[in-house]
Design a protein around this ligand. Structure first.
Ligand code: 9MR
Length: 388
């Protein structure tokens, strides 16, 4: 992985200084103090990425868009694409069978249109965040396998038709594989198995239905831990090859990019490359970089959004730079999306207690050094124009 020398030297120097100065708190008091160039700091990520043709996106919380002025301004000003964090998931759009609620998704699309942004639709087929009427746990259901296949078909076609022309990329299928590369057991895999079909057969169906409903939208498979070479990313690669061989209309592979500094940095560029070699687009769709955070004083079980160690903070910055550089190194990597704007919006503390500080803005919507790092990577990049 190549890093601009100045950037790495800066990160290391900061880590050493902070480690020497204080036992626990790594972040500088004023994160803007490390913005090396005020001129650069005034430019948005999207504007800096534009000459390369790379889209920079953010997952948006429906309840904050329009309600929080600073949040809304940053979303509109820094990014060229938006992804609904939850608003287009099945439980949100069809809370009761046949009763659709498009309000939050429509509001996001309207805001994106007003701001000249593209929309990554997320997500049509998943085992999680299903409405109770369909499946309370993502696996069991009161419906028969035949009914489930028909419900899936109707859902995909209804939702894609509703947003026809509004969506740049659809995450058609999300997280269908286990870590060992086997099919994840879900209401969908089990319905297809019961029908005597391939348990992953719903994937090809969903892509075909989505393409039928909006032939212009680019269709993606999206998953986590594809960044590392291993059984899961190997299985996703084999799946993509099978889908392409069968003429299934798949355009791209979404690498979520939920990284933690407790694990080594993945061989991301090599993995992006091997999917691109199949003729697919690739995208980083949900990037965040979590690290161990300091406990809140006098409150048991509560955590701050301050990295616990200088090393963890320095590693976060390296990981952010590494993800963007890996994408830039692969011309088929067409978009780079961060999973939430600010640490106060992040899903991480709720799911990984003791880890956090995973995003580019802090709890008070102040820019963090990671953001300046990404700006510098973009500003100094000699990356090839994107291939779409
Ligand atoms: O960020 C989302 C969070 O608000 C939801 O509670 C959660 C429910 O599972 O989903 C989060 O987003 C997930 C995304 O849709 C798919 N990849 C993993 C993301 C983090 O869990």
């Amino acid at each position: 992985m190549k890093h601009p020398q100045t950037l790495i030297a800066g990160i290391l120097a900061l880590a050493v200084t902070a480690a020497g100065a204080s036992a626990a708190v790594a972040a500088p008091a004023d994160p803007r103090a490390v913005d090396r160039s005020p001129a650069l700091a005034s430019r948005s990520l999207a504007a800096l990425a534009e000459p390369i043709g790379l889209e920079i996106g953010v997952a948006v919380a429906a309840d904050q868009l329009g309600a929080d002025r600073k949040y809304t301004k940053l979303v509109a000003g820094q990014f060229s694409t938006v992804t609904p964090e939850n608003a287009m998931k099945w439980e949100s759009v069809e809370p009761q069978q046949g009763v659709f609620d498009w309000a939050a998704g429509d509001a996001l699309v309207a805001s994106a249109e007003a701001n000249g942004q593209l929309v990554r639709g997320h997500t049509l087929v998943w085992h999680s965040q299903l409405p109770d009427w369909l499946s309370p746990d993502g696996v069991s259901s009161d419906f028969s396998p035949e009914e489930l296949r028909e419900i899936l078909r109707e859902h995909v076609i209804t939702q894609v038709t509703h947003y026809k022309g509004d969506i740049w990329h659809w995450d058609v299928v999300n997280e269908a594989l286990n870590e060992d590369g086997t099919p994840r057991v879900s209401v969908w895999s089990e319905a297809y198995r019961a029908l005597g079909l391939d348990p992953l057969g719903y994937i090809a169906d969903a892509f075909r239905w989505a393409h039928e409903a909006d032939p212009e939208a680019k269709l993606y498979y999206n998953d986590y831990n594809l960044e590392f070479t291993g059984p899961k990313s190997n299985a996703a690669h084999a799946l993509a090859q099978d889908l392409l061989a069968d003429g299934v209309p798949i355009d791209g592979m979404g690498f979520q990019g939920h990284l933690s500094t407790q694990y080594g940095f993945p061989d991301l560029e090599a993995n992006l490359d091997r999917f691109a070699d199949l003729g697919l687009e690739v995208a980083l769709t949900e990037v965040d970089v979590r690290t161990a955070v300091a406990p809140r004083k006098n409150h048991e079980g509560e955590w701050t959004s301050t990295p616990a160690t200088a090393e963890g903070f320095a590693a976060q910055r390296e990981y952010w730079v590494g993800t963007l550089e890996a994408c830039l190194a692969v011309p088929a990597c067409v978009s780079y999306t961060v999973w939430g704007l600010a640490d106060s919006n992040s899903w991480i503390p709720g799911v990984f207690p003791g880890e956090g500080a995973a995003l580019l803005w802090d709890d008070h919507l102040n820019a963090k050094p990671q953001l300046a790092d990404l700006r510098e990577v973009l500003a100094t990049s000699d990356a090839a124009p994107r291939v779409r």
